[in-house]
Write a protein that binds this ligand. Structure first.
Ligand code: HEC
Ligand code: HEC
Ligand SMILES: [Ca+2]
Ligand SMILES: [Ca+2]
Ligand SMILES: [Ca+2]
Length: 447
């Protein structure tokens, strides 16, 4: 087997070790760069999990309607969207608009609530132990912008876009835009000062199972809360309430890592986003619109989606862009490589993956701040989002936006909004030559 030994030492030799592999999601990777790239089942599922994935696919697509009805009853009475797939379009991000965005609200301190005039406060919206977000009378912790027949939406969300000009180091001008949110009660009175507001777009859902399979200790080992290594970048873990464990757990999901598991993320989406009560979040009288089987299937669906393979690996611009990405220290937060640990779903365990996230919270400066704390996350902090598959975002959904509220229309704008701990990385990008900026963007497009 001389050939075999020769080939393997060539592949693993120093000359080739710098070349990144396309297997972004380990054995869950698919070679698909079409608009359907985020919708593929992981190719390494066994028959049992493939069946559950297929059942979950149906649950994820299912549009709920007002009860009583023969299929999928239980929508509302208050809701934002009617199906998972209606917000996470083709499993990718959604738009910053009514029916897709989620506007979270809170007070910093507890306010006396009158439950009789506050039907919008679901079980998942009541303050969790250790939480620092308190419900707003009439709104709870999340604004449902729709009601079934006979129920008024909790509020009308008015968005105005504010533009601000800037310039690259070489003088080339650009314009950034950010949304200003005003909430109006059903009687048209503006929701008063002192209500903290966070406006969030739906995130891509593929690959989330792999992020759930990373060992907690490995994530905590990346945190540098006291900034000991002096690179200006800290990285803190969120600790959030786990409703199954009835204990605080590491937060991993959502723009502020405010949810510990995909099961809880799914159950909270059912009850808060669609008004669909379920085993984790039953109605006050204990009744449930869906059973455990449906809830589990929907969670397994997002856990077992494939990650699209990288592309253009031998393109010189992409290779240069990848070096610039590292040189600008983007990799300090958008950490390229992880090894997953154990997971009940065998296909997710022991995989080498390239999500480009540290799953930690970072102070991103006042430009991106929403001012609304979420468990340990401050009003300035956001979880580093994974960048895998981001090159396909606008193939999957043309005009889809980037960052937590979809304000960035392009990858360039997303980078230019970085501040706080990422100020230096942003400035490195802003002051690059046009060719270098383009190469860095080509690297992002290859993901
Ligand atoms: C009204 C729109 C809407 C609906 C309906 C909806 N989601 Fe979401 N989803 C969002 C938004 C917005 C976020 C980000 C939430 C945050 O940061 O607080 C999100 C976040 C997520 C995440 C976290 C992804 C990550 O990278 O951390 C998952 C997983 C998810 N949703 C799954 C689901 C499932 C499963 C359903 C159906 C049961 C569903 N969603 C229904 C809007 C929606
Ligand atoms: C200090 C940590 C940190 C550094 C350094 C950093 N980022 Fe980010 N990045 C984040 C966080 C946190 C967000 C989410 C911010 C938000 O949504 O408001 C983000 C968002 C993004 C997004 C948008 C992702 C999405 O899903 O919408 C892109 C693209 C991105 N970063 C690229 C880069 C590039 C390129 C660099 C280097 C020039 C860089 N980042 C440096 C933390 C960082
Ligand atoms: Ca219901
Ligand atoms: Ca509410
Ligand atoms: Ca540091």
């Amino acid at each position: 087997m001389v050939v075999g030994i020769g080939l393997s030492s060539l592949l693993h030799g120093s000359a080739y070790s710098q070349i990144p592999l396309p297997q972004a999601g380990g054995e869950t990777t698919v070679h698909n760069r079409t608009s359907r790239a985020y919708e593929q089942p992981a190719p390494n599922l066994d028959a049992y999990w493939a069946d559950l994935h297929a059942a979950g696919d149906i649950a994820f697509e299912a549009a709920f309607v007002t009860a009583p009805a023969p299929v999928n009853p239980g929508l509302g009475p208050l809701f934002n969207g009617t199906s998972c797939a209606g917000c996470h379009l083709k499993n990718g991000r959604g738009m910053a608009k009514q029916g897709q965005r989620v506007v979270r609200v809170s007070h910093l301190e507890a306010t006396k609530l009158d439950p009789s005039d506050d039907p919008g406060v679901y079980a998942a919206e009541t303050p969790a132990p250790g939480g620092n977000a308190f419900p707003v009378p009439g709104l709870g912790l999340q604004v449902q912008e729709h009601g079934v027949h006979g129920f008024a939406p909790e509020a009308v969300v008015q968005v105005t876009w504010q533009e601000q000009p800037g310039r690259y180091g070489d003088g080339t001008p650009y314009t950034l835009r950010s949304p200003q949110i005003q909430l109006y009660r059903p009687d048209n009175t503006p929701v008063g000062d002192g209500v903290l507001i966070s406006n969030r777009i739906p995130q891509p859902v593929f690959g989330a199972g792999l992020l759930e399979a990373i060992a907690e200790a490995d994530i905590l080992a990346q945190a540098d809360p006291d900034e000991r290594n002096g690179d200006g970048i800290s990285g803190r873990a969120n600790r959030v309430w786990d409703v199954v464990q009835q204990a605080p757990m590491l937060g991993r999901f959502g723009w502020k890592a405010n949810t510990p598991t995909l099961l809880q993320q799914t159950a909270a989406a059912y009850v808060n986003d669609m008004g669909v009560t379920n085993p984790l979040f039953p109605a006050a009288d204990g009744s449930q619109d869906i059973d455990q089987e449906t809830l589990t299937a929907a969670a397994v669906y997002v856990q077992t989606l494939a990650v699209p393979a990288r592309t253009l690996l031998d393109d010189a611009r992409v290779q240069r862009g990848e070096r610039l990405f590292a040189e600008a220290n983007c990799t300090a937060c958008h950490l390229s490589t992880w090894r997953t640990g154990n997971h009940p779903i065998p296909a997710l365990a022991e995989q080498t993956i390239h999500p480009y996230t540290d799953l930690l919270l970072h102070d991103m400066g006042t430009g991106l701040a929403d001012g609304r704390p979420d468990f340990e996350a401050s009003g300035n902090e956001w979880r580093t989002p994974p960048l895998w598959g981001i090159g396909l975002a606008q193939t999957v959904l043309p005009y889809s936006g980037f960052l937590h509220d979809g304000r960035a229309r392009t990858l360039e704008e997303a980078i230019l909004w970085h501040g706080g701990e990422a100020e230096l990385a942003k400035e490195t990008f802003r002051t690059m030559s046009a060719a270098d900026r383009e190469a860095l963007i080509w690297f992002l497009r290859s993901l």
